[in-house]
Design a protein around this ligand. Structure first.
Ligand SMILES: [Fe+2]
Length: 156
């Protein structure tokens, strides 16, 4: 059963963007996990990749529950990001590249957008609840990744 369609929610684009982004993150983190010689980094990347992959499926389902289908939202950096993270360059080099790419992200970022949606009463309550949970998990993942990056820098 899907919910009755009234008019297309304005936040559908945000859900499509998150879903697409999480799917791509799962792929590039897994590619990197398959390349790193560092066992602790590999474990962290694999752990977060599994979360991203699961977020892709959860958001895809939420979009369907609202009565729509996922519409992939592209990212001009995606191909290069996957090429870099899946390559044989050092982990330190990959971290440097990702930081620079992150700084070039258009504003408001996807993170800014979902933070705003959590507080937006025009967004349906279940989606807001999902976004709140998602924001918490993303923050936790970011913390794990930052710790792993810091270890790479201090060890090499
Ligand atoms: Fe994510």
């Amino acid at each position: 059963m899907t919910q009755t369609k009234t008019r297309k929610p304005t936040y559908l684009d945000l859900l499509n963007t998150i879903c697409s982004q999480e799917g791509r993150a799962g792929v590039f983190l897994k590619a990197w996990a398959g390349k790193t010689p560092d066992p602790a980094l590999k474990e962290c990347l694999s752990f977060v990749a599994a979360r991203e992959d699961s977020h892709y499926h959860i958001f895809k389902r939420r979009i369907q529950e609202l009565g729509y289908q996922l519409e992939e939202v592209g990212d001009p950096m995606a191909a290069e990001r996957l090429a870099v993270t899946g390559s044989g360059v050092s982990d330190a080099e990959k971290i440097r590249w990702l930081k620079e790419a992150g700084a070039k992200q258009p504003k408001p970022t996807v993170g800014d957008r979902y933070a705003a949606a959590i507080d937006d009463e025009s967004v349906d309550p279940l989606t807001r609840s999902l976004l709140r949970w998602f924001a918490d998990v993303e923050a936790d993942s970011r913390g794990l990744i930052m710790e792993a990056y810091a270890r790479v820098r201090t060890s090499g």
